[in-house]
Design a protein around this ligand. Sequence first.
Ligand SMILES: N[C@@H](CCC(=O)N[C@@H](CS)C(=O)NCC(=O)O)C(=O)O
Length: 336
Amino acid sequence: MSQPNKIEYQKNGRFTRPDSTFRDFVSADPNSKFPAEKGRYALYISGGCPWAHRTNIVRSLKRLEDIIDVYILSASMSDKGWWFDGLNGTLPKDPLYGFTYLRELYYKVDPDFDGRFTVPVLWDKKTETIVNNESSEIIRMFYTEFDALIPEEFREVNKPGGGLYPEHLRKEIDEINDWVYNTVNNGVYKTGFATKQETYEENLYPLFKSLDRLEDILASHGKPFLLGDQFTEADIRLFPTIVRFDTSYHTVFLCNLKSIRHDYPHLNKWLRRLYWDEGSKVTGGAFHKTSAPWIHLYATGYARGRASVTKLEGPVIIPRGPAVPVEPLAENEKIW
Ligand SMILES: N[C@@H](CCC(=O)N[C@@H](CS)C(=O)NCC(=O)O)C(=O)O
């Protein structure tokens, strides 16, 4: 194996997230470099990672489970990063090459790779390479590019309102994604991985300002989703952060001005509706099946991650509360 990963995460007390490295696309065009084909691609994820979580949600939502394999690594990182530990329903070894560590897959593509060994990874079994390791791009390929291979009713063109990222809503979705990414999805990391009081507070207050803003959006239109009646990419990208909030970001990452369950009733209902839908036609249970098996492990991964990134010394204590990870959904609150 090559030299150890030299990426710096901390600059002046601030957590910085380097850009993803592999940025190719799977395409519906059979003559493209990476054409959509059944059984050709595999998605490497960890159940703990919120960025990987998005891709796993969309794989299920789009009924791609028989078309794209998913290989699940450990829920927490080892000192050599993500690995196959065989615990909690994960695989004991990489099913394609017998690797133990994800970094071996990156080195297979480039023995001199010196970036981050991140999940998710979209792997092409045919050319044996990484197509893409940026979740925001992987989910967009999944929306449309495999549509010829799935039942007609789940294709984007046939969905009421044009699907998850329809042309007429793109501007609005992109605008929400932008501030939600910076202050919420990545905001929790910038808060939890800060190593100075000022940088912690510099990220903490904008995070809660954005949660207040999300609550206001849902409260003001009184409809189930961020953009109203239509469920879109904006909801998908927010979900992995909100489902981890009370059990991990509030506790381990010190994002504790408020909690979802006690202070954000609309956001909490939005969360409970998505989480507790275990199999309607709309979601196919995509949110539940990609969260429930790992929800009790999130805090462990984050506590270890925080100790490592902020170079904390001493034993890592895992907060075990709250006792109920996501509050139940009453029958009359269900939409599906
Ligand atoms: N921009 C990437 C970020 C992915 C990412 O940061 N994943 C984390 C896990 S939550 C990771 O694999 N970190 C490994 C490392 O930094 O060594 C995406 O959204 O796909």
